[in-house]
Ligand binder design. Structure first.
Ligand SMILES: [Zn+2]
Length: 151
């Protein structure tokens, strides 16, 4: 018999939409400011011969694209009104957890807003406002807002 967790994962896989989780990993660039933890353009101006991270904060980086299965829906007006002010006017979608092809739960919680994104219907989205619920040690539910990237 399937557990609740297995049923949730199977329904994501077989009834959900497919999307791509795209993440960038690499070596931290020396330009990263130790206080703000953000990449510094000034550092690159002062060190013109150093490898350029192009504002990502990573050098020798590799992008990984993982196919995920998830439920994504448009937000209705009432939901949009409850969003924080900065998100209210964006083309936002609501996202409900994901699994990979082998039914492993895929979390989007640690995705970086500058480097990582989700591709859905050929459009790129930044993951915002992740809300997780755990069952024991396993995340069984995750909800997030997908904010349309403007680039
Ligand atoms: Zn850099």
């Amino acid at each position: 018999m399937l557990t609740h967790l297995q049923r949730v994962r199977q329904s994501l896989k077989y009834r959900g939409q497919s999307a791509t989780k795209s993440t960038l990993a690499g070596t931290a660039c020396p330009c990263i400011n130790s206080e703000t933890l953000t990449p510094s353009r000034e550092w690159h101006r002062d060190n013109p011969t150093a490898a350029d991270c192009s504002g990502t904060g990573l050098i020798s980086s590799t992008r990984t694209n993982l196919t995920i299965y998830t439920f994504i829906q448009e937000m209705d007006e009432e939901e949009l009104e409850k969003l924080p002010p900065g998100l209210r006017n964006v083309a936002a979608l609501k996202y409900f957890g994901a699994v990979d092809a082998s039914l492993n739960f895929v979390s989007v919680a640690s995705m970086d807003e500058k480097r990582d994104y989700v591709v859905f219907d050929s459009l790129k989205y930044i993951v915002r406002n992740v809300d997780q619920q755990k069952f024991g040690d396993s995340i069984w539910y995750e909800e997030a807002i997908l904010e349309r990237r403007t680039d």
